[in-house]
Design a protein around this ligand. Structure first.
Ligand code: 13P
Length: 355
């Protein structure tokens, strides 16, 4: 294992107040996002959408790394330039999602375990040779009556640790993503308890397997009330609960924590990340960054709707969310940034897909 290289890459991923862009939706997930907008669920539509993202002007000013999926890492711009080259030319580090999805956990109704360890060493070697420098694996933890079970947390934590060691062996920085889902009626306190328990067991497994903590990034959920919980805490309360849980369980040796957005709106995700960086600025042992998919992409996708003429406006929207999140890392985001976009930018006229 090349420890120095892993440490340098991990630090570079969260350097300079920038963050990560998750654009690694699997084919079914990408199609699910396309369907309600009338976008064709085809290889070409997915390629064109990813071309829109990677060619967004100035993306590298806010984004250090982009996470791709297996389909996208092999794709190219319409003019033939591989996406990997487009990203590295923009000084964005390419990464790859390597899990094969969350499947039902046998014997535990309602719970999931992420698969993909079989043959992983060979796949990691190929991605590393292609030019990827980091790898992501997502575990899914559902909160409900009597769940998550210890069995579910341990199975997922073990898989995360196995993938993380294999990634480091292949010179790829692991982005360790244990996601406690927002779905449900649970309170913020319950989300905090579950998040802490999951992270404790994950770090225990990472240490058992010998993962170099300085050469990884943690990608957790924020500590949030369930989507249908009657009490929805303020931005500051969410920031305090999230950082309190992280202080308790994430070793200071980890260089960066890059949150997933999990279905929060882009504006809320930016506001909550900003509040964490404002309120704990001088006390954080790790960089508090972002690795959002929906909270960066969704407005752009809704503008694009597979119309070539909407590409410039969609790119402005994508770039705007990336800028808001860079500002949030500095603790300099505020809602006037959102107003500035709607008032100060003339969006090209939008076209809707043909019926
Ligand atoms: P969201 O930000 O949309 O939750 O996606 C992050 C991610 O990478 C999920 O694996």
């Amino acid at each position: 294992m090349n420890a120095r290289e892993l440490i340098d890459t991990a630090r570079a991923l969260v350097a300079d107040y920038k963050g990560l862009l998750a654009m690694d939706e699997s084919i079914p997930t990408c199609n699910k996002r396309f369907a309600p907008l009338g976008i064709p669920q085809t290889v070409e539509a997915r390629r064109a959408y990813r071309e829109l993202i990677v060619t967004t002007p100035g993306l590298g000013e806010c984004i250090n790394g982009a996470i791709l999926c297996d389909e996208t890492i092999r794709q190219a711009k319409r003019d033939g330039t591989p996406f990997l080259k487009v990203l590295t030319d923009a000084e964005i580090i390419p990464g790859i999602k390597v899990d094969l999805g969350a499947k039902d956990l046998a014997g535990h109704p309602g719970e999931k375990v992420t698969e993909g360890l079989d043959g992983l060493r060979t796949r990691l070697t190929e991605y590393s040779q292609m030019g990827a420098r980091f790898a992501k694996w997502r575990a899914v933890i559902v909160v409900g009556d009597g769940i998550p079970s210890r069995a579910c947390i341990e199975a997922n934590a073990h898989a995360l640790a196995r993938y993380a060691t294999l990634s480091q062996e292949a010179r790829l920085v692991p982005i360790v993503e244990p996601e406690v889902l927002m779905d449900g009626e649970h309170t913020l306190e319950r989300c905090g308890e579950v998040t802490e328990k999951v992270l404790r067991i994950v770090f225990n497994q990472l240490c058992n397997q010998g993962v170099l903590l300085e050469g990884m990034i943690l990608k957790p959920n924020m500590v949030l009330p369930g989507l249908t919980c009657s009490k929805q805490e303020t931005v500051d309360e969410v920031a305090d609960a999230t950082v309190q849980s992280l202080f308790r369980v994430v070793p200071a040796a980890v260089p960066g924590i890059a949150f997933l957005s999990g279905g929060q709106s882009g504006e809320l995700a930016s506001a909550r990340l900003n509040a964490m960086n404002v309120r704990f600025k001088s006390r954080l042992p790790w960089a508090l960054a972002f690795s959002f998919a929906r909270a960066i992409q969704q407005p752009a996708l809704e503008i694009w709707r597979s119309q070539e003429s909407n590409v410039p406006a969609a790119q402005i929207a994508l770039s705007h969310r990336a800028k808001c999140n860079r500002a949030a890392r500095r603790g300099e985001y505020n809602s006037t940034m959102e107003k500035n976009l709607s008032m100060g930018t003339t969006l090209p006229q939008l076209v809707s897909p043909a019926a």
